[in-house]
Design a protein around this ligand. Structure first.
Ligand SMILES: [Zn+2]
Ligand SMILES: [Zn+2]
Length: 148
């Protein structure tokens, strides 16, 4: 994976659609995952979502993490307060991690997903031809392992 060339020395950078929110991470993500669940589809508006899981302490949002929305207990999503781009997801069962929407990261092209979560909810017409591990429901155990 390549390092960004900006002068902050950040490992990963990103921004929302309008540019009001910027993201900077000092370390590479622990895990990168597709999520096929219906919630992530609605959050992103895309047929499949992808997220990069970072240690919370390694990521900075400027000016902040955006507008917080809790539509389901135990899950908090945030969106740019100006343009509504999906920024993050935080899950009570995955403490210490923040899931940043892959598409807002400048290095998305270098950050290939490593697994498919909620494969059972995948849109039937969506075919992603890869050899990645597929979890019928949550990939919780794998994601928790990755955080160790
Ligand atoms: Zn924005
Ligand atoms: Zn999901």
């Amino acid at each position: 994976m390549t390092k960004s060339n900006d002068d902050t020395g950040a490992a990963v950078t990103g921004r929302c659609y309008c540019g009001a929110t910027t993201i900077s991470a000092t370390h590479m993500p622990r895990t990168i995952a597709y999520c096929h669940c219906t919630d992530c589809r609605r959050v992103t508006g895309a047929p499949v979502a992808a997220f990069a899981a970072f240690d919370e302490a390694t990521v900075t949002f400027s000016p902040d993490e955006g507008r917080k929305v809790v539509a389901n207990a135990g899950v908090m999503r945030t969106f740019c307060a100006s343009c509504g781009s999906p920024l993050t997801g935080r899950y009570d069962y995955l403490p210490g991690q923040v899931y940043v929407a892959l598409g807002v990261l400048d290095q998305a092209g270098d950050l290939a997903p490593q697994l498919h979560a909620h494969e059972s909810q995948r849109l039937v017409w969506l075919h992603i031809d890869d050899e990645l591990e597929r979890f019928a429901t949550t990939s919780r155990s794998r994601l928790l392992d990755a955080a160790k």
